[in-house]
Ligand binder design. Sequence first.
Ligand code: ACO
Length: 436
Amino acid sequence: MKLADNKATLSFSNGAPSVELPVYQGNIGPDVIDIRKLYGQSGMFTYDPGFLSTAACQSAITYIDGDKGELLYRGYPIEQLAKNCNFLETCYLLLYGELPNETQKADFENRVTQHTMVNEQMQFFLRGFRRDAHPMAVLTGLVGGMSAFYHDSTDITNPEHREIAAIRLIAKLPTLVSMAYKYGVGQPYMYPKNDLSYAGNFMRMMFGNPCEEYKVNPVVERALDRIFILHADHEQNASTSTVRLCGSSGTNPFAAISAGVACLWGPAHGGANEACLNMLEHIQANGGISKVGEFMEQVKDKNSGVKLMGFGHRVYKNYDPRAKLMQETCNEILQELGLEKDPLFALAKQLEKIALEDDYFVQRKLYPNVDFYSGIVQRAIGIPVKLFTGIFALARTVGWIAQLNEQMADPEYKIGRPRQLYTGSVARDVKPITQR
Ligand code: ACO
């Protein structure tokens, strides 16, 4: 960390001695005030529920400029990665810091494809779930369950274990997500086919069956690959922070990633794509475009509890760059599949148009996020709505593991242990039950 020229001085109105705090500079983005010694020096904590102003770590992986609407993975703009690279190259970049050359790319692809199968016993574990279980419930269990299967890569303090766990997680998530899907619909599981691309293999495991050859549609394959790239990492969001906090106790990588899957499930985070599609279907079923105005009034009414799902973001106060790319993919895929007149797409565009011009959204700087269009693309591809967040988890796994490994390799890392402002009862004595 680079010390800035200036320091911060914290003074108190009650005359207590002021405290001088160091300031550090990142390569881009806001500086940070180092408050690590604040408690020792002043006996006070800082208070920041929801981490609105708190950097919980230093990281060299992903950078977001929320005002500009800029997203960089290891310095590369997301737009360039989405156009020029595939998902596995992006994984390599996130994990190792640089884009691979041809040899490194081939070697990495080879390493990943050699790990695509899961232990045969996994299917019996899966059978314990109800067929109608939510895929995210199943996935949380399956990913956590990996620690019971791959004992040779569970020591998070060992860099080799971390490396094997990273490859295993990236390789096996498509297999597990498609197994969760096949189990739900009562179809036989498909083994991975390693001469296909990462996205192509996933499509075959999802939509193929053992009775027929499966032909990968290259336009759909590219769209899916793009969804994976756009969701691969997003710096210290809720699920990534969960993975870091969970991993900070020294637990094994599979357990830490399953905590990330569980956190991602929530509708304020990864579950928003499912919630967004449900919202569009609900509006469509209740009058479609003609009812958009009425729906927007509900959204703006604080007492209604209705939100425009797929809109708004803690960090982006401008158009989410991923939403632009996703809208482009949405156009391409609907055209390829002959669904240009898809009513939900028309509805989404209308909602976006109204929202971008409406004072409520303009004043609060609410723009479409990646989930606004990703659900329409996934639905067009044939992915069931309940599985949307599972696809997000599959793609985000590389980000989680890259961030976890960065933390574990950091000599300054400590177990995460937030403090609190206690508002409960002061110490009191337990009375005998007859006097309570
Ligand atoms: N619809 C209507 N109003 C909204 C929306 C929305 N989607 N998002 C934010 N607002 C309003 C809030 O009510 C609040 O209004 P107020 O200032 O009058 O009280 C203001 O905008 C600021 O919003 P906060 O909730 O304070 O912002 P925060 O950073 O805490 O929340 C969040 C961000 C959770 C993403 C929020 O915008 C939201 O719930 N959006 C819908 C869910 C969604 O799309 N989530 C996906 C996030 S991206 C991802 O995980 C891939």
